[in-house]
Design a protein around this ligand. Structure first.
Ligand code: NOJ
Length: 573
């Protein structure tokens, strides 16, 4: 067996042990010289991801952002045909080849299922919008205008900017879209919609995919009475918590730009009927062995997000808790967030973790206001790969690619995609993968669709490959270690606070046979760790500090500034 492959094939729960890698197909590798990444390009880079030896990264599964037919108003998140590949990325035959080549390397394949909405150019919507009595009219959400002035049906707003209703001149009704107007929301109360999407899932499962990421799954069902959402400032007891600092910030922005009130998505998100839809999906997945799903469920309330595992663990297999990506750089903030997530997870629920993705400012840059982003990126990777749960690495995170600052002219994310007036869109985290120091970073022979980031002399695969202390080699080593330590793969999680200063985040991962402690020094000062109850000979088996050798230790342990390490505590005699 290749030394870096886990024997996942016969294991229905392979996804609990896997390390996932998210590819944004447009930006990974261009094979045909059009400046846009494609499936053949991805195939040519699979060995980098896992060639079965320790020379490669060693990931076990890829989540692909969408590569289905799409007019690209939201770069693939507006699908016009769920069962075909967009010609810019390739063909179904290329997909089959990609799946085969990935599976040959023990890499599983996860697709992005974007079914809260379709593209406005999807044949379903073209039919639905063709007349009021079209049989597919009810597949989408249509409403009359209110009163003589044909006012909006309610106050719902999109996640980007502006009202969530657009007037259709032809049929004289509004349709609902939670994102761009080119992304009309499907009506999940319509049984034909459920059947049609079920068939899409079956189509891909029959074609050998191993799982799905469910785009904004908390959005599927809407309030049947279409009640208006409460404004952002009203805080209902125990629900929809809004951080007071966020509230203040939003209030100031709104004042500055004279914006209408923001709101809590009480009636257009997290409706109870969505759980039924997810149970139906799960029943489809369960017909096929060893399939998985991960939800994009957005919410601050950990219990609410955790509810999407289902009362009987019969909904999502895995779920992210995105609050972690919004923590400030503070040991206690990270610890409390992980604890909150752990505490709220139902028994047997398996978490997923990510610090970066195609919607977020890259984590390395989020924590770089004082220029220490690189050091923190090492600690982030240490945490990501040692938390209890399945880690998702975003392409380029393993070579410390930074958020790229783009000029207005270079932006591609549609102008409607704004989360606040000065928001520049999400292009900065979607720039081409940096393979080498060439003009187009080895991504393409021609000028790519988005510019290559700066510092490719430091932040590229070719350069980091040969540097034993690079981020790339740190991530490889952590993945290798994770696979070799049962405590990291499947052990329980508990925070350690005894003898740990407020600047450090320490946690135990343990099985009956193995006890491992992870210590992360968030500060740039030396810190002493002295948990009295662990006073026995232990061994540092990994450190983010290049100068630290594997060594036996007794507590107290002094962590160097910004150092994180993994300690094998051995077992009590
Ligand atoms: C969430 C996706 O991650 C984001 O990229 C997209 O714009 C929206 N959903 C709409 O599909």
């Amino acid at each position: 067996m290749p030394d870096q492959a886990l024997q996942l094939d016969k294991d229905n729960y392979w996804w609990k042990k896997a390390v996932f890698y998210q590819i944004y197909p447009r930006s990974f590798q261009d094979s045909n010289g059009d400046g846009i990444g494609d499936l053949k390009g991805i195939i040519s880079r699979l060995d980098y991801l896992n060639d079965g030896t320790t020379n490669s990264l060693g990931i076990d599964a890829i989540w692909f952002s969408p590569f289905f037919k799409s007019p690209d108003f939201d770069y693939g998140y507006d699908v016009a045909d769920y069962c075909d590949i967009d010609p810019r990325y390739g063909t179904l035959a290329d997909f089959d080849c990609l799946r085969e080549e990935a599976h040959r390397r023990n890499i599983k394949i996860m697709l992005d299922l974007v079914v809260n909405h379709t593209s406005h150019l999807h044949p379903w919507f073209l039919e639905s919008s063709s007349s009021r009595d079209n049989p597919k009219r009810d597949w989408y959400i249509w409403k009359d205008g209110k009163g003589k002035g044909k006012k909006l049906p309610n106050n719902w707003r999109t996640h980007f900017f502006g009202p969530a209703w657009t007037w259709d001149e032809k049929t004289q009704q509004y349709y609902l879209h939670s994102f761009l107007k080119e992304q009309p929301d499907l009506n999940w109360f319509n049984s034909e919609v459920r059947e049609a999407v079920g068939n899409v899932i079956r189509f891909w499962l029959n074609r050998g995919v191993d799982g799905f990421r469910l785009d904004v799954a908390h959005h599927y069902c809407k309030d049947k009475q279409f009640r208006s959402n409460p404004p952002f400032f009203i805080r209902e007891k125990g629900k929809d918590r809004v951080k007071s600092s966020d509230r203040r910030l939003m209030a100031n922005i709104m004042k500055l730009f004279a914006l209408p009130t923001f709101q809590i998505g009480k009636y257009n998100q997290h409706q109870p009927e969505t759980h039924e839809v997810l149970r139906e999906f799960r029943q489809i997945f369960d017909v096929y062995p060893a399939k998985t799903s991960v939800g994009e469920i957005i919410g601050e309330d950990a219990a609410l997000v955790a509810s999407y595992y289902g009362k009987n663990n019969d909904e999502l297999h895995m779920n992210f808790y995105f609050e972690l990506a919004h923590c400030r750089w503070q040991a206690g903030a990270f610890r409390r967030c992980v604890e909150r997530w752990e505490r709220n997870l139902p028994n047997d629920a398996w978490p997923a973790y990510a610090f970066s993705n195609h919607d977020l400012v890259r984590a390395i840059s989020r924590y770089d206001s004082d220029g220490n982003g690189d050091k923190r990126a090492r600690l982030l990777m240490l945490m990501l790969l040692t938390f209890k749960g399945t880690p998702f690495i975003y392409y380029g995170e393993e070579i410390s690619m930074k958020e790229v600052k783009l000029s207005k002219k270079q932006l591609k994310d549609p102008p409607g995609v704004k989360w606040y007036p000065l928001h520049r869109g999400r292009d900065g985290c979607r720039t081409p993968m940096q393979w080498n120091e060439g003009a187009c970073a080895g991504f393409s022979d021609v000028s790519p669709w988005l510019p290559v980031g700066p510092e490719i002399g430091r932040r590229s695969v070719a350069v980091q490959q040969n540097d034993p202390h690079s981020q790339l080699n740190l991530v490889r080593e952590l993945i290798r270690l994770r696979k070799s330590l049962p405590a990291l793969l499947e052990g329980s999680y508990s925070s350690v606070t005894e003898g740990v200063s407020a600047d450090c985040f320490c946690y135990l991962r343990e099985t009956d046979q193995q006890k491992v402690m992870v210590c992360v020094n968030f500060s740039f000062r030396r810190q002493e760790i002295n948990p009295g109850s662990l006073n026995r000979e232990s061994k540092i088996i990994f450190s983010t500090a290049p100068e630290r050798e594997p060594q036996k230790i007794y507590f107290p342990l002094t962590l160097e500034p910004g150092e994180g390490c993994i300690i094998d505590l051995g077992m009590e005699k």
